[in-house]
Design a protein around this ligand. Structure first.
Ligand code: TYD
Length: 220
């Protein structure tokens, strides 16, 4: 049985994408997966909340329905439960098998959204992470983006999953500032990429940053 927190095993590489809603990080995560696969790497592209059957079920609970359906504390537990299942079933086995895991969002999203959106709960988020998850990415790409543009893109998608988009531009602006602070505080694993360029330019910047930050671990 795996005991918390997780410890890294195997030679895999764990990459995450973070950013505000509509930042284009999902497109960029997919593009990076495609280019690494084309270069011969085994890549698992996954997402949060979700990324395993159980965590996808929790995704529906946290992203659909009334925005104030859960208390802030319950919401932290649900996102962390989803992450625990995702790490157990998807991320950890892939890393142990030496694969590259690319996750569209991970724990930094909980640090931001649950840690900052409804009062200052960051300490609770961090303690729960230490207790139940413990795993950090090798490298995190923060796709930085003007919150107004991000929000209009996110809302134009019109899905039923508008849990956080629904809180508006003010929250998006706070999330952007929070992500930038986080990137500065954990500068050993964060790379901030400007998300307002066209898709190809941003994708090329990400590949260059990956090669520069993890020399020798990556080819292609
Ligand atoms: P995502 O599917 O990445 O949406 P988008 O592509 O619009 O960025 O994420 C869905 C929402 O879930 C997003 O509003 C952020 C939120 N979220 C949290 O609040 N906490 C978390 O821990 C995670 C992983 C996501």
């Amino acid at each position: 049985m795996t005991r918390p927190p997780f410890e890294r095993s195997g030679s895999g590489l764990f990459l995450t994408f973070e950013g505000i809603d509509g930042s284009g990080k999902s497109t960029q995560a997919r593009r990076l997966a495609e280019s690494l696969r084309a270069a011969g790497h085994e890549v698992v592209l996954t997402r949060e909340p979700g990324g395993s059957p159980g965590a996808e079920q929790i995704r529906a609970l946290v992203l659909e329905g009334e925005p104030d359906r859960w208390s802030a504390e319950t919401e932290i537990l649900l996102f962390t439960a989803a992450r625990r299942d995702h790490v157990e079933r998807t991320i950890q086995p892939a890393l142990a098998a030496g694969k590259i895991v690319i996750s569209d969002r991970f724990a930094d999203s909980t640090r931001m959204y649950q840690g900052q959106s409804r009062g200052d709960l960051r300490d609770l988020v961090d303690r729960l992470h230490d207790l139940m998850i413990g795993l950090e990415p090798d490298l995190t790409f923060l796709i930085d983006m003007d919150p107004e543009i991000g929000l209009s893109r996110a809302l134009s998608r019109q899905t039923s999953e508008e849990r956080f988009e629904a809180f508006g531009a003010d929250l998006q602006a706070r999330m952007r500032a929070g992500f930038l602070d986080l990137a500065r505080a954990a500068s050993d694993r964060f790379v901030t990429i400007a998300g307002d360029a066209d898709v190809d330019t941003t994708a090329a910047a990400i590949r260059t940053a990956l090669a520069a930050h993890l020399p020798g671990r990556f080819h292609g």
